[in-house]
Each structure stands twice: as C-alpha cells, then as structure tokens.
Design a binder for this molecule. Structure first.
Ligand SMILES: [Zn+2]
Length: 289
C-alpha cells in the first residue's frame, strides 16, 4: 500500500512539473490575458478557471492553444512530444505516453498541425486547397471528412545548401503534373498515391499525394525514382520515409511533408523545445476559419 501511495505521489509530482513546463511556455512572462480580447489580469475563479474583466469570457490556462485540442494531461503531452522528438512512430509514442494508439494518433495530428502552423506558409496550407482546415472545426479536432479534397495540391521541393523548403505551388495541380509527364516527358515516379517528379523549373522536384480519382494509369512511368540520380541530400533522407507515407490521405499529406522538412532542416537538434512551443502557441485564426 505504501508503495502505491509513493507511485501515485511520484506521478502527481511529474504531472505538476509537466504542467509548470507547459504553463511557462504558454505565459512566458507570467502575465495572463484573455484569449478573445487580450485584456490582461483576468479574475481567478474556482477550479483553475479564469474570467476576463473586460469581455467576461471564461477560460483556462490552455484555452485556444493547440495542446487543448486533445484530452492529454501535461505529463502525457510531454512524454508523447519527447518520444516524437526522438522520431518515434505512433505506436512507440503511445507506449511512451501510456495512452492508446488512437489517442496518440489524434494527439500527433494536433502536434503536426501545431508544427505546420509555425511556418510562414501556414495561412496558405490552412487555406481551402489542402482541406487541412477540415481537421479542426469549431475549435475541435475532427475526423477527416470522407469527401476528398478538391484539386490535389502540388508541392515543390527546393534545396539551398543543407536546407530544404517545401512549398505549395498554387499554379499547379496533379493534372498539370500528369500533363507535363505525358506531353513534355517530365519524369514521374509513383509511391502508392504519391507522385514525385524530376527537376521542374527552380525546384529539385515536385511532389503530390492524390487519391483514387487521379488517372494514375495515364502516367508514362520511368524506372527508378527521379530524385535518385540527383544526389540531393534531402532525397537520401526522405526516400525511406516517403515509402512509409504510402497509406496517407491527400488531406493529411501536407502535415507529414512539413514534418519531413522540419526534421531534415533540424537534424542533430533537440526538437522537444520546438514541439512544446508549437503546442503551447495559440491556434491561429487562419486554422479556424
Ligand atoms: Zn476578454
């Protein structure tokens, strides 16, 4: 019995520490403000709730932030993010945080959305083209709708030295890639629903993830993958990871692509502080529109 009490106490301590870590990232200068109108110094109510003196909005410390889109405790979030920083897959991250696979899958979706929201292209990626915005409705994480995204977006891969940039190329669609392949012999390789192309304009290559509506049979296929000959460090890094993206839906694809960009650009760095900052950031209006 004594052992159990100590374990419970240790868990309680770990939770309190984890909560303090996340609180500090949410409110770095310790001054709290209303998530709606930004008025500072809210009243403290019972059970950790806060009320804005100006607009009367009742909230709590994590209201309106990414980490609040999941029911994970601060300790579970920390364990999950730590595992993910070490490149754990969903199953491994679930074990590390002692949560179910489905809960971990949802929480990692939140973390990937939060990472994507940190990018300068977040507004574009949360726009109507990707359908990513459908994953967050009414301030909640939602299952992806069955309806496919409209036109399949195309992303360009651009290397500069040891860094890579993955940008949406708004003027292109999956159909244009098929057209370039057929009529202009742009080399294209296929990995499941993913298409990868050879160099295109300033890009090292184009990449997209379509769905069954795309006429893949129309492709003039080439042996091998286009990037393979290019000696691109990004390609060497990405090729095995992309193979694991085979079952991804078109809607979730940009989440994994931006994660890949970040992991490549930050090799050798501790990703945990970056992940925690992303989780503690307010969800931008662009993601909720
Ligand atoms: Zn307010």
């Amino acid at each position: 019995m004594a052992g159990e009490t100590t374990q419970t106490e240790a868990r309680g301590d770990a939770e309190a520490k984890a909560r303090a870590t996340l609180l500090w990232r949410c409110w770095p200068d310790g001054e709290k403000s209303c998530p709606r109108c930004r008025t500072v110094a809210p009243y403290t109510l019972a059970e950790g709730r806060l009320r804005c003196g100006a607009c009367r909005y009742t909230f709590h410390d994590f209201t309106g932030r990414w980490l609040n889109l999941s029911g994970l405790t601060p300790g579970q979030w920390l364990d999950l993010a730590r595992a993910f920083a070490l490149d754990a897959n969903t199953r491994e991250a679930a074990e590390a945080a002692n949560i179910s696979y489905n809960t971990a899958f949802k929480a990692l979706t939140v973390l990937r959305l939060a990472i994507l929201a940190q990018g300068t292209d977040a507004r574009q990626l949360f726009g109507p083209k990707t359908g990513l915005g459908d994953l967050i409705r009414g301030g909640k994480l939602c299952p992806a709708p069955d309806t496919p995204v409209g036109e399949v977006p195309v992303y360009g891969i651009l290397s500069q030295g040891q860094r890579v940039f993955v940008d949406m190329v708004p003027e292109l669609t999956a159909e244009s890639v098929l057209h370039f392949n057929h009529n202009f012999h742009l080399r294209v390789a296929r990995l499941g629903h993913i298409l990868l192309t050879d160099r295109y304009k300033t890009y090292d290559g184009l990449i997209l993830c379509g769905d069954d509506r795309l006429p893949y049979h129309y492709l003039l296929r080439h042996q091998g993958l286009p990037f393979a000959d290019s000696g691109s460090p990004f390609w060497l890094y990405a090729r095995d990871r992309l193979r694991q993206f085979k079952g991804l839906s078109a809607r979730r694809f940009p989440l994994y692509l931006k994660e890949l960009e970040l992991r490549f650009n930050r090799q050798g760095e501790d990703l945990l502080p970056l992940f925690l900052d992303a989780l503690c950031a307010p969800i931008p209006a662009a993601a909720l529109a």
